[in-house]
Design a protein around this ligand. Structure first.
Ligand code: SF4
Length: 218
């Protein structure tokens, strides 16, 4: 499938996946309903979410955003207070420190606005490629694919790639997926991975794309 990518077929598959993930209320869609498309909030949630379950990330985000709503306010908040608000996410002490530094940097270097390009986003403390690309695609509608474990796993199961690591998958997907499908790619595969094509027991019998899927490695 890598060399002869059938774009129309892939488009149809992605549509079916998105519809099913939405119907099953995947956390990735819930996140949007709760937090909207504010770039600052999505960036903060991205930092909070590493090694943390979605529910805990949302809980921490809700508490934090009940007190602050801008990088300026977060930059002024005491680290101890941030720690209390985000308690429950993995490495909360470290993340509190990083959030404050990131907020300060956004205020100082980017005029209080989350930058809209990859290069500048990657300069922000705590922001890696995955978080940066989520912000670019989900908030700014730019053609980037953030590759996390869901995107890596499902791309391999579908035979889009044959790779051993998310980093490798990232490089190949950036090349083979047309720009028009990149914007929704992460959201769709993450939502589908959270609800249907799960890591350990994928729901292949109930899967709306089972007739297209070679189930590689399942
Ligand atoms: S058929 Fe199974 S492996 Fe393939 S996408 Fe559906 S759930 Fe995943």
């Amino acid at each position: 499938m890598k060399r002869n990518l059938n774009v129309r077929k892939l488009e149809k598959i992605l549509k079916l996946m998105r519809k099913e993930a939405y119907r099953r209320d995947a956390p990735v869609f819930r996140k949007e309903r709760i937090f909207g498309k504010d770039p600052f909030k999505i960036l903060v949630l991205g930092i909070l979410s590493t090694r943390t379950k979605d529910e805990k990330t949302f809980e921490a985000g809700l508490k934090l955003f009940s007190k602050i709503s801008s990088p300026q306010e977060l930059a002024r908040m005491k680290t101890r207070e941030i720690e209390k608000l985000i308690y429950g996410v993995g490495f909360y002490k470290n993340k509190a420190r990083i959030l404050k530094l990131a907020a300060k940097q956004i205020v100082k270097e980017f005029g209080g606005k989350v930058p809209e390009n990859l290069e500048d986003l990657l300069k922000i403390k705590g922001v890696g490629k995955k978080v940066a690309k989520v912000v670019l695609a989900q908030v700014f509608g730019k053609p980037y694919i953030a590759v996390d474990v869901h995107v890596h796993r499902i791309s391999n199961r579908l035979g889009l790639v044959s790779t051993k690591s998310p980093e490798e998958t990232d490089k190949i997907l950036e090349k083979i997926i047309p720009d028009k499908l990149k914007v929704e790619f992460n959201r769709t595969l993450v939502g589908f991975g959270q609800t249907v094509c799960k890591p350990l027991k994928p729901l292949c019998d109930e899967c709306p794309i089972k007739k297209f899927c070679p189930k590689i490695g399942v």
